[in-house]
Design a protein around this ligand. Sequence first.
Ligand SMILES: Nc1ncnc2c1ncn2[C@@H]1O[C@H](COP(=O)(O)OP(=O)(O)OP(=O)(O)O)[C@@H](O)[C@H]1O
Ligand SMILES: [Mg+2]
Length: 178
Amino acid sequence: MRIVITGTPGTGKTEVAKHLSSLLSFELISIKDFVLESHLGKEKDGEIEVGIPLLKRRLSEFIGPRKDFVLEGHLACEFTVPYDHIFVLRTHPETLRKRLLPRNYSEKKLNSNLMTEMLDYCYLTSILHYKDVGELDTSTSTAIETAQRIVKNIRDGAQLDSVNWSAELKDFVLNRTI
Ligand SMILES: Nc1ncnc2c1ncn2[C@@H]1O[C@H](COP(=O)(O)OP(=O)(O)OP(=O)(O)O)[C@@H](O)[C@H]1O
Ligand SMILES: [Mg+2]
């Protein structure tokens, strides 16, 4: 089974994907590691710089006939990776801000990541490239709990979340409350 985990930076993809791959005994593929190990791009200010068409081509070649894996990375929403299930991790902007603070991003970069999350960018972009996109709010659960929810969803169709940060977005823009 081919599982894709995407979402805004800091939503917990790497942590959740690690738990998920170990729960299912599937190979773990990190797009960030793949780009760096394949010398397709560089890390700059904690972000991967790589051309999407090149990444798409090389990643598809790498995946090839692989059947069981968990692939994680925010760039996975930008194109279609061979998949059976896709999940977008979501995080309340206040929680996301706390998670991103240790990264020492500039205020501009921090706010741009929060806006990306509040505008549903990864979710909507995933819908452009994949079918049956699931959302999970990681704000109030642990990474292992999120991984367990994904397993339950795949096995029994357990319900996922429907995230909407529009009230937070309005607050953010009007009052800078987050
Ligand atoms: N419920 C949760 N699920 C996942 N991570 C969580 C959760 N709660 C707290 N965290 C913490 O959030 C931080 C960000 O997680 P992680 O590095 O996995 O994000 P990411 O989505 O992979 O980010 P990036 O796109 O920058 O690689 C970590 O310190 C992680 O331990
Ligand atoms: Mg990560």
